[in-house]
Design a protein around this ligand. Structure first.
Ligand code: SAH
Ligand code: SF4
Ligand code: F3S
Length: 469
């Protein structure tokens, strides 16, 4: 495996921009504005990548549509985290045979994390002749060149060469939301949790320089963005590879001290590196959202060890307690896996106990899905599927009860929210902690503003409130 990450040079990026301009002129000469459909699977990292894909395509002259039907270009940005996500992609790519037949000249690209696994990209290449181009996440920045080969040279593209990962600064971006923005601060992951495919498809950890992150945040705030999310698979490792003496808590503090009216949040944190310093920085800065997504994965120490997570449940609970001691209003959310190979009933009950004790506002629950090539996929897994599903349902029922109880505790409180949209005759808003609030007003001029909301009622999934001024 290649272990050195690459910073793409300005000259290379300029060359790609020139190719993009050439493609734009190619379309202009035909008197046509082509449209692209970018379909995104998976996590915020992929959402952020798709925003760059749209940004690059815009410089190539493309407009956008939300269906493959009639699109001149279809880009499927895939996710490999669980078997189910991968299967959906194969099904949907298969169906594109028909849309391509109905629209002469339609080109199809498949990219994203699935294409970072050679076995999968090979299979895609061999079984789907209608696909024109395949590229892994490390080759996204070369999209103008891929497009040039397919569109103008009438060749196929297969850009999946292994790499420890790249950093390409200053790629164009078309953002889907005008209030909330993703800001990647680092890429890749070094943790190799035994069940997880991400380190294999996203390469080694590499951090953007603090000044580049700050500059992007400054520019977003100036454009009117109100809610920034600093993104990375494990933001707490930020900066370790740079050797500048700036860690994640330092970076977060610097962002929070920028001028302007905004909130900054982050994901995801790995408990093994979440520091008390980070909680202290949060507590000291009002612009940092009181929200902490801290995946625990399992409440049982044997399973945590088998997962290669490098913390135990006591250390995890101590972190939660510390966070609450310095910020009583902090909202914790988490990820958990049910049915890791060999998980016993008693071990699963440790997970239930942890959920019961911590009382998360919300939990993202997954049934273990074996990923070929990861160590956990080699472990014996005697627990029947039905038993795993039954455990999953028990966990869900417990969390739903807790979510509802926690939401009821909001009734009567007045909180700061960001009003972000309209739904029927309500406005939708988010609390600092990320909870959804339906506001009993239809005054659309308030969208995009922070406001005080009095919570009057609550359900398992959301809060109901009114403007408090
Ligand atoms: N980097 C983040 C998580 C990225 S993946 C972190 O470490 O917290 C998001 C979630 O998907 C993980 O937290 C985990 O709960 C789940 N997940 C990852 N691999 C999985 C697998 N093989 N089967 C089921 N769930 C998985
Ligand atoms: Fe996967 Fe673990 Fe890295 Fe998260 S920290 S992306 S779960 S290997
Ligand atoms: Fe994200 Fe899926 Fe890749 S969860 S990092 S898009 S494998």
């Amino acid at each position: 495996m290649n272990t050195k990450t690459t910073v793409i040079s300005e000259a290379e990026l300029r060359r790609q921009a020139e190719i993009a301009q050439y493609i734009k002129e190619f379309w202009e000469k035909q008197g046509k504005t082509p449209v692209a459909f970018v379909d995104t699977y998976g996590c915020q990292q992929n959402e952020a990548d798709s925003e760059q894909i749209r940004g690059i395509l815009e410089t190539c002259g493309y407009g956008f549509t939300d269906t493959a039907e009639g699109a001149d270009l279809v880009v499927i940005n895939t996710c490999a985290i669980r078997e189910h996500a991968a299967q959906r992609v194969f099904g949907n790519v298969g169906a594109l045979v028909h849309t391509k037949r109905r629209h002469e000249g339609q080109k199809i690209f498949i990219c994203g994390c699935m294409m970072g696994k050679p076995e999968i990209s090979e299979r895609m290449k061999n079984s789907y002749r209608h696909v024109d181009g395949i590229f892994s996440p490390h080759h996204l920045w070369e999209l103008p060149e891929h497009l040039y080969r397919v569109l103008i040279r009438h060749r196929k593209v297969y850009a999946v060469a292994d790499s420890a990962g790249v950093i390409a600064e200053g790629l164009p971006v078309v953002r889907t939301n005008r209030l909330k923005a993703w800001v990647s601060i680092m890429y890749g992951c070094n943790n190799f949790c035994s069940y997880c495919i991400v380190p294999y498809v996203r390469g080694r950890e590499r951090s953007r320089r603090p000044e580049d992150v700050l500059e992007e945040c400054r520019s977003l705030i100036a454009q009117g963005y109100k809610d920034l999310t600093l993104l990375g698979q494990n933001v707490n490792s930020y900066g370790k590879d740079l050797g500048l003496g700036v860690d994640f808590a330092d970076l977060l503090e610097q962002v929070a001290q920028l001028d302007g009216e905004f909130t900054v949040r982050f994901m995801t944190s790995h408990p093994k590196d979440a520091s008390r310093k980070l909680f202290d920085v949060m507590a000291a800065n009002d612009k940092i959202a009181r929200q902490f997504h801290l995946p625990f994965q399992s409440g049982n120490d044997r399973i945590l060890k088998a997962m290669n997570r490098h913390y135990d449940s006591a250390q995890y609970r101590a972190l939660i307690d510390y966070g609450r001691s310095v910020m009583p209003e902090i909202v914790f959310t988490s990820d958990v896996i049910v049915g890791f190979p060999g998980e016993t009933e008693a071990e699963f009950e440790d997970t239930l106990r942890l959920v019961e004790d911590v009382r998360y506002d919300a939990l993202f629950t997954f049934i273990y899905s074996p990923r070929p090539g990861t160590p956990a996929a080699e472990l014996p897994d005697p627990t029947p599927k039905e038993e795993k599903s039954a455990r999953f349902e028990r966990l869900l029922a417990l969390q739903n009860r807790i979510s509802e109880e926690k939401h009821k505790e909001y009734i009567g409180r007045t909180l700061r929210v960001l009003i972000d949209g309209r739904e029927d005759d309500c406005l939708t808003a988010r609390t600092d902690g990320g909870r959804l609030v339906r506001l009993q007003t239809a005054d659309e001029t308030r969208i995009g503003q922070f406001a005080q909301a009095r919570i009057t009622d609550a359900t398992t999934w959301s809060l109901i409130g009114e403007l408090a001024e």
